[in-house]
Write a protein that binds this ligand. Sequence first.
Ligand SMILES: Nc1ncnc2c1ncn2[C@@H]1O[C@H](COP(=O)(O)OP(=O)(O)OP(=O)(O)O)[C@@H](O)[C@H]1O
Ligand SMILES: [Mg+2]
Length: 261
Amino acid sequence: MTNTHAEGQAVAEVGGMPITAEKPTAIIEVRKLIKRFGLKNVLKGLDFRVEAGEFVVILGPNGAGKTTFLRILASLSRPSMGKINIAGFSLPDQAAAVRRRLGVVSHQPLIYGDLTAEENLQFFARMYNIPASNQRIPEVLKLIGLNARRRDLVRTFSRGMQQRLAIGRAVLHDPEVMLFDEPHTGLDQDAATMLDGILQEVAARGRTVVMTSHDLPRAADLASRIDILSRGVITASIQRDKIDTSQILSFYQQATNETQT
Ligand SMILES: Nc1ncnc2c1ncn2[C@@H]1O[C@H](COP(=O)(O)OP(=O)(O)OP(=O)(O)O)[C@@H](O)[C@H]1O
Ligand SMILES: [Mg+2]
């Protein structure tokens, strides 16, 4: 017989002897996260837990707090209150250790306009101490389809090309956890397919992905879990294999409406 004994523990009895097994350690654990901008509460005590290897797509209405949440996880913004632990390190105090383990694509691409595409990747390779970066960089440039433009200044790039480079930079150091905020925005069909391929490949290798999206079919294809963030908290969470693709829209609608006052 197995039942939940206390938070984080599963208790089983074998031959009358209780055996206590720890739940798998979460790679991301967020408790009661609050973020205020002035007097405005944007995140309102948000709880969130991700096991290593999950692919969580966060869906939610405009202004719900998705970008705010991902920016805090990425240590680009500080929480007002609450506990955050990523890969065993806490935020905001151990931000440097957390950053090494993260690949981030945010609304503002974390790349430098006055460097070429190649120089941007070289800069980040040095920052992360990436071994064999002289092999990894050409590999990534090919992966994101920017090899022919590698010597051009990034400020001369189109938006989609900048987004491709932002993705390349995020996956360059093969991070344990990827935080992607609407990463398909601005990408053409080929690049979007390329990104889906990258995401599927990193997920297949057991990496953890948290991605926001407004694209339900894409979320349905990629996610192992779908969470709904509405009005500053996670209002619903479901394993992808527990929901039929045709039901995702009504799941979303229910989880975003029921919090309305
Ligand atoms: N720097 C800031 N100063 C003040 N308010 C902010 C700031 N950043 C975000 N907000 C507010 O926080 C709320 C949540 O914004 P956020 O960008 O996190 O939403 P979102 O869920 O990502 O929306 P979208 O789907 O449009 O990307 C909004 O009301 C926004 O105006
Ligand atoms: Mg956003």
